[in-house]
Design a protein around this ligand. Structure first.
Ligand code: PLP
Length: 398
């Protein structure tokens, strides 16, 4: 066995099952293993690397900032956090942002804000606030968040979970209306369920949810950690339904593929339930993260990531649909967030990923049946053509 694989197997917790490739370099849409073999990245680290690996403008922003100041905690102000958050509020239309590091922390922040808002503003009796989420959701891995999950493996062995959490069917607005009670604080939802297999709800679903939430004075919290910042062909996937959520959660690509940067954004009414000492993070919003985050947003806007993802996503998906392969049961997605579903009686998604890896394309299955194609948004049409030719060979050999 490769020595680095053996070393990880010995010293790292076995909480992932990586493909057997040892990467040592990356640039743009490409990754290289230690022997110098080049791969095309169709994973983008679960959309954290939408900008591509080591985007020169982001590396330059990081280098510039790291020569000045990196971490100070929020005990002090910095000359980088304000400009970053102003930009984030400007492009989301939200009033205020609370910076964190990982996606799960930003989701926790949203849930805490919603609960406190329910008590202070909505008037829900103490400790009675309820949060509704969807079956098949993925919002992260903390105990509270897996308490919201409907996935047995995410929960089994980790209970007990906090109370006041429930799940309803995804893509079913009526189920939401029925689940709401006078104590409901918030409904949290992904515009497209990424980890559940790139599940796209019917058009208008989020708009209906927004209407129902408004009617019942329930906060609509949209988790765009994976779908946000251009990935689906819009800056935010909820723009397809023309809605502005009461709370928006960002992460992954917000750090430009260099650092963990996340945030929860909302109105003053919601965000102002937080007072000094209520909630925080030592690293959240540090000058290094803020400098990289701001440049990551600038690149998304200037390089027109949403338009690129829309155009190239349609092209890529059309190409995938043209491939003749009996084992493929569905090709779906939006923008450059694409899932190909396989008939498990014919082949597992893992086997497809291993076959793609042999031909220098890296992706990872989600669940047992879906292979994801979510390249960095800097990919070109020619590079998609090259990838499609290989994917076609691999699929046709199945
Ligand atoms: C990845 C992801 C998270 C969790 O983010 P981490 O940075 O891994 O904590 C939450 N929600 C969605 C939709 C995600 O895709």
């Amino acid at each position: 066995m490769n020595k680095f694989i053996a070393q990880e197997e010995q010293f790292c917790a076995h909480n992932y099952e990586p493909l057997p490739v040892v990467l040592s370099r990356g640039r743009g849409i490409h990754l290289w293993d230690e022997q110098g073999r080049r791969y095309t990245d169709m994973m983008s680290a679960y959309s954290a690397v939408s900008h591509g690996h080591l985007h020169p403008r982001l590396v330059s922003a990081l280098n510039k900032q790291i020569a000045q100041l990196a971490v100070i905690s929020r005990a002090f102000y910095s000359d980088k956090l304000g400009p970053f958050l102003e930009k984030a509020c400007e492009i989301t239309g939200q009033d205020r942002a609370l910076p964190m590091n990982t996606g799960a922390e930003a989701v926790e922040t949203a849930l805490k804000a919603a609960r406190k808002w329910a008590y202070q503003v909505k008037g829900v009796p103490k400790n009675k606030a309820e949060i509704i989420a969807c079956e098949g959701n993925f919002h992260g891995r903390t105990i509270a968040i897996v308490g919201l999950s409907s996935e047995d493996q995410y929960r089994e062995g980790f209970g007990p979970f906090p109370g006041g959490l429930k799940t309803i069917a995804f893509a079913d607005a009526d189920a939401l209306e029925q689940a709401i009670t006078p104590n409901t604080a918030a409904f949290i939802v992904e515009p497209i369920q990424g980890e559940n297999g790139i599940i796209v709800p019917p058009e208008g679903y989020l708009a209906k949810c927004a209407e129902i939430c408004k009617k019942h004075n329930v906060l609509l919290l949209v988790d765009e950690i994976q779908t946000g910042l251009g990935r689906t062909g819009r800056m935010f996937a909820c723009e397809y339904d023309n809605i502005k959520p009461d709370g928006l959660i960002l992460g992954k690509a917000l750090g430009g593929g260099l650092l963990p940067v996340s945030m929860f954004l909302s109105s003053r009414e919601v965000m102002d339930v937080f007072t000094p000492g209520d909630h925080g993070s030592t690293f959240g919003g540090n000058p290094l993260a803020a400098a990289v985050g701001l440049e990551a947003l600038n690149v998304v806007i200037e390089k027109q990531f949403p338009q690129q993802a829309e155009k190239l996503g349609e092209y890529f998906m059309a190409g995938l649909r043209e491939i003749k392969c009996d084992a493929v049961t569905d090709v779906r997605g939006k923008g450059l967030l694409i899932g190909v579903e396989f008939d498990p009686e014919k082949i597992t998604a893992r086997q497809v990923c291993e076959a793609l890896m042999q031909k220098n394309i890296l992706s990872k299955e989600t669940h047992d049946t879906v292979v994801r194609f979510a390249p960095p948004l800097v990919i070109t049409q020619q590079e998609i053509d090259e990838a499609l030719a290989i994917i076609q060979n691999v699929f046709e050999a199945i």
